[in-house]
Design a protein around this ligand. Structure first.
Ligand SMILES: Cc1cc2nc3c(=O)[nH]c(=O)nc-3n(C[C@H](O)[C@H](O)[C@H](O)COP(=O)(O)OP(=O)(O)OC[C@H]3O[C@@H](n4cnc5c(N)ncnc54)[C@H](O)[C@@H]3O)c2cc1C
Length: 309
């Protein structure tokens, strides 16, 4: 039986593993289908402290893994298919095999919604991105027209943030008004660098042949008319889906599926803790996920120590 199982191998998972390993708990990390998590899909990370020249996302995650393994973490490539938190020890089904654990840390992250276009997938990291805070300051976007797709609070935040870098920010939204909160919508529409493009959807990201973003093809949803807008970057901000389906009905979550901790990193099930983007719809950053991983590990360690006593 395991002392601690960490579900997920992103920033939250490896940090939780590092702390529980240093507490002599020999954690088992179940990596899921994406070992290293979301950061492995990006190139340079410029805002993770300790790397003044930036660090490649894949390299950062490899370093986190090595650091956790140095203190006794074991990694297993595997996906958790089912959990039973009603028994003690807890029981997890991992690729058909049963794994038992006295404590579990959920660090399964969140996936961003995609537009679902073939051109979008082909140009991801070549001008198509899902995080303005992460990528907005990159040189390829400086003083160039940029596109944000979406109409909610996130899209507005991304658009406002990007006005620091782009020459103009087109906010493309399928409706004729923003879904964002009133204050955010007002701030966005008052920004002279943001140009809303109403009743419109992106039907293609250009230009796959050039292997970089040069523009978007846009369709007006009412007239069906098509046009091309030049831009250097497309920031897709149409929402995130936390990877928490597995825990539905067992772990308390909000209406969007984000896990809601009962207190600090503890969930409603004693012995089950949570960290990272699967419980964070606000910041969604590597450093915040890592911080939450640290908190979950310390809570798990205290929980196990109290059980012993
Ligand atoms: C393109 C891009 C660029 C980014 N750039 C930056 C940046 O520059 N700076 C920054 O701070 N942030 C950046 N981010 C955000 C950052 O990647 C996330 O905030 C961070 O990865 C969240 O860490 P996490 O551990 O919570 O989740 P993730 O990194 O999403 O990891 C989740 C893990 O859970 C695993 N998993 C999921 N389901 C299961 C299951 N059923 N069983 C087992 N494992 C499972 C997955 O395989 C994965 O390993 C970027 C994100 C993207 C997409």
């Amino acid at each position: 039986m395991e002392h601690v199982v960490v579900i997920g191998s992103g920033c939250a998972g490896w940090t939780a593993a590092l702390y529980t390993a240093r507490a002599n708990l020999q954690p088992l990390v179940l990596t899921g289908a994406q070992p290293g998590g979301l950061l492995t899909t990006t190139t340079t990370v410029e805002n993770f402290p300790g790397f003044p020249d930036g660090v490649d996302g894949y390299e950062l995650m490899t370093r986190m893994q090595k650091q956790a393994e140095r203190f006794g973490t074991r990694a297993q490539f595997g996906t958790v298919e089912a959990v039973d938190f009603s028994t003690r020890p807890f029981a997890l089904t991992v690729d058909g095999e049963r794994v038992e654990a006295r404590a579990v840390i959920i660090a399964t992250g969140a996936s961003h919604r995609h537009l679902g276009l073939e051109s979008e997938a082909k140009l991801e990291t070549k001008g198509v991105t899902y995080c303005a805070t992460c990528d907005g300051a990159l040189p390829i976007f400086r003083n160039k027209p940029l596109v944000v797709v979406g109409g909610g609070d996130s899209a507005c935040e991304e658009a406002n943030y990007l006005t620091r870098f782009g020459s103009v920010v087109y906010l493309i939204h399928r409706r004729d008004q923003l879904r964002a909160s009133k204050i955010m919508a007002e701030r966005t529409l008052a920004n002279p660098k943001i140009k809303p493009v109403w009743n419109s959807v992106v039907t293609e990201v250009l230009d796959v042949a050039q292997d970089k973003v040069t523009g978007v093809r846009v369709k007006h949803v009412k007239t069906g008319g098509q046009s091309v807008m030049d831009c250097a970057g497309v920031f897709v901000a149409i929402g995130h889906v936390p990877n928490t389906q597995l825990f539905k009905g067992r772990i308390a979550m909000d209406e969007n599926g984000y896990i809601v901790p009962a207190k600090s990193a503890a969930t409603n099930v004693p012995g089950v803790f949570v960290a990272g983007d699967c419980a964070d719809h606000v910041y969604r950053q590597a450093i915040t996920a890592a911080g939450m991983g640290c908190a979950a590990a310390i809570e798990a360690e205290r929980f196990l120590a109290a059980q012993k006593g």
